[in-house]
Design a binder for this molecule. Structure first.
Ligand SMILES: Cc1cc2nc3c(=O)[nH]c(=O)nc-3n(C[C@H](O)[C@H](O)[C@H](O)COP(=O)(O)OP(=O)(O)OC[C@H]3O[C@@H](n4cnc5c(N)ncnc54)[C@H](O)[C@@H]3O)c2cc1C
Length: 523
């Protein structure tokens, strides 16, 4: 199958490293999956299990637990898109996404939630996506949860930071409870977001991709797909480049195939589709981007909590979250804690004032308010060379700014209720208060671009599922409305924000739609 190539295979590995290619790579395959994250790994596995000769291509490197050394400055550069520096176009929101075999599942926080029933019902009733009704997807969610070893975090899994959240919401009489995770054998080191050195994450890298390889799939790292090729309204193949450790091109890659599954994430897939000049008669490609933007609020306690130590997020506050269409309760609150460099970058003040703030590091508890956003952004193409890079145009609309302000106030109330002596909202003009009533100063004007450090780890939308080609990019089977044989299987599919951690929804949609990919590859 492989022609004219000389490969040095990684020992005992199921992945071929593109950086080891010594010549161009030319293949014929039954199907190609682009991107080896949550959605791509499942599509790859299901195609391989159905007997399709399938190749998985990933632009990032192949790294394992032995490489995850818990150093912020090294792991951000190794495992994240744009070395952790990706932002929205106006630089108002930092957008963290993974790059590597396993995608964002390598360094996510392991939270597992199904897509809420009211959202699936709305997709079914308003968009005609009847195949995604809660009762249709329930067994698919159950299968994924069982495969990833999802379990509910108990009291012994709760670190001091999460305990602060629990105490705070219980004192206020607010709704909340324990979260579900996909981790087994967790050592509670607190470094989930830098890759797990103990290999406790039951993620795409550890669970799904080895299964895909065992079923006969071929996985290549360090290969960026630069073009999806289409002829006569049907996919004919992909072109790409093999990259060395520094990201320089070392070889060309060309694969002929009739089925391509795009799984480069809600930003990567749309950018590649744009770079390929795919038909887009209704100007839908890249539209509908949601981010779940989030803000941080810190509480300073009079005792050492070491909130950075232990499982980062095992408890949630759902008091201000409802998934009913049109709801004005769209804020989800969970703990968040930064490693030292991230915390130092966010804490307000300079010189002696900053040093004083960092001296309280061990006494901090930190919460984050995340918005189930209505604002819709757009993925554009930043740089046409080598497939280009995504440019994320996204501005928080007024209603989302109001929600975020409510969320910040709620975080402050929880922290005070749990015993914080001071609450700090990092901003250009930070809010530091010892009086809960002062929190009322936080309003929409406080939540404005560049005033508040905002971050997002859940990009969604951009190649939306839908029955109507005028308002979506792919049809209910996951196949592109205009290009036969081109499927999408990642967070791009979501027609709206889902208001919670998306990985289970992405794994599940990829599994649910995989039968259509298999049928096309075999047909
Ligand atoms: C810090 C952090 C914490 C998170 N915590 C949670 C959590 O606790 N629970 C949860 O549910 N979700 C969490 N998420 C989000 C979740 O991990 C993602 O939503 C999910 O993994 C996205 O799946 P995906 O298949 O869309 O893309 P990804 O998993 O991001 O995979 C896409 C892959 O495609 C590759 N790619 C892109 N373009 C190309 C190309 N042209 N050629 C080849 N390869 C390409 C990328 O390098 C990447 O590896 C977190 C994310 C981050 C960053």
């Amino acid at each position: 199958m492989v022609r004219g190539v000389e490969l040095r295979l990684a020992e005992k590995s199921f992945v071929t490293r593109g950086r080891d290619l010594r010549a161009d790579l030319a293949l014929d395959a039954g199907a190609v999956v682009v991107g080896m994250g949550a959605g791509g790994s499942i599509a790859l596995r299901e195609l391989a299990r159905a007997g399709v000769d399938v190749v998985g291509l990933e632009e990032g490197g192949y790294h394992t637990a032995a490489d995850f050394n818990q150093r912020e400055e090294q792991m951000l550069a190794l495992l994240f898109q744009e070395m952790g520096g990706r932002t929205t176009e106006d630089m108002a929101i930092r957008v963290l996404q993974g790059r590597g075999v396993g995608g964002s599942t390598i360094h996510n926080t392991n939270l597992c939630k199904r897509i809420p029933d009211p959202i699936l019902n709305a997709w079914s009733e308003r968009l005609g996506l009847h195949d995604l009704r809660p009762e249709a997807l329930a067994p698919v969610f159950a299968q994924i949860e069982s495969e990833l070893g999802v379990s509910t975090m108990g009291p012994s899994d709760r670190n001091a930071n999460n305990e602060v959240l629990r105490i705070g919401i219980e004192k206020l009489g607010w709704r909340g409870g324990p979260l579900q995770h996909n981790r087994i054998g967790c050592q509670r080191s607190g470094f989930c977001e830098l890759g797990c050195s103990y290999d406790a994450k039951q993620n795409a890298l550890k669970v799904v991709l080895p299964q895909a390889a065992a079923a006969g799939a071929h996985v290549y790292a360090d290969i960026k797909v630069t073009e999806i090729q289409v002829d006569g309204g049907a996919v004919t193949g992909v072109e790409g480049v093999a990259l060395d450790e520094r990201g320089a091109m070392i070889a060309h890659v060309r694969i002929r195939t009739r089925v391509v599954v795009l799984a480069g994430s809600a930003t990567g897939s749309a950018a590649l589709a744009l770079a390929s000049g795919l038909p887009d008669p209704h100007d839908q490609l890249g539209r509908g981007l949601h981010l779940h933007p989030a803000a941080l609020v810190a509480g300073v306690f009079d005792r050492e909590l070491d909130g950075f130590d232990g499982i980062p997020q095992s408890y949630e506050c759902t008091e201000h979250l409802s998934f009913e269409p049109g709801s004005d309760r769209r804020v989800w609150i969970v703990p968040a804690f930064g490693h030292p460099i991230a915390t130092a970058a966010l804490l307000p003040g300079f010189g002696a004032a900053h040093m004083r703030a960092m001296r309280a590091y061990r006494k901090l508890a930190v919460l984050t308010a995340m918005v189930h956003d209505e604002s819709e952004g757009r993925v554009l193409l930043r740089d046409g060379r080598n497939g280009g890079r995504p440019q994320l145009r996204y501005e928080l609309g007024e209603s989302d700014r109001v929600q975020l302000a409510k969320g910040i106030v709620a975080c402050g109330r929880i922290l005070f209720a749990a015993g914080a002596k001071e609450v700090v909202v990092p901003a250009v003009f930070p809010l530091r208060t010892r009086d809960a009533r002062e929190l009322d100063r936080v309003d929409m004007a406080f939540v404005r671009p560049h005033h508040l450090p905002l971050s997002a780890v859940h990009p969604m939308g951009s190649m939306r599922l839908g029955t109507d080609p005028a308002r979506s990019v792919v049809g209910p089977t996951g196949e592109h409305h205009q290009v036969r044989g081109l499927f999408v299987a990642d967070g791009s599919l979501f027609p709206t924000s889902i208001g919670g951690p998306p990985q289970i929804g992405i794994y599940a949609l990829a599994l649910h739609l995989s039968r259509h990919m298999v049928a096309r590859a075999k047909g």
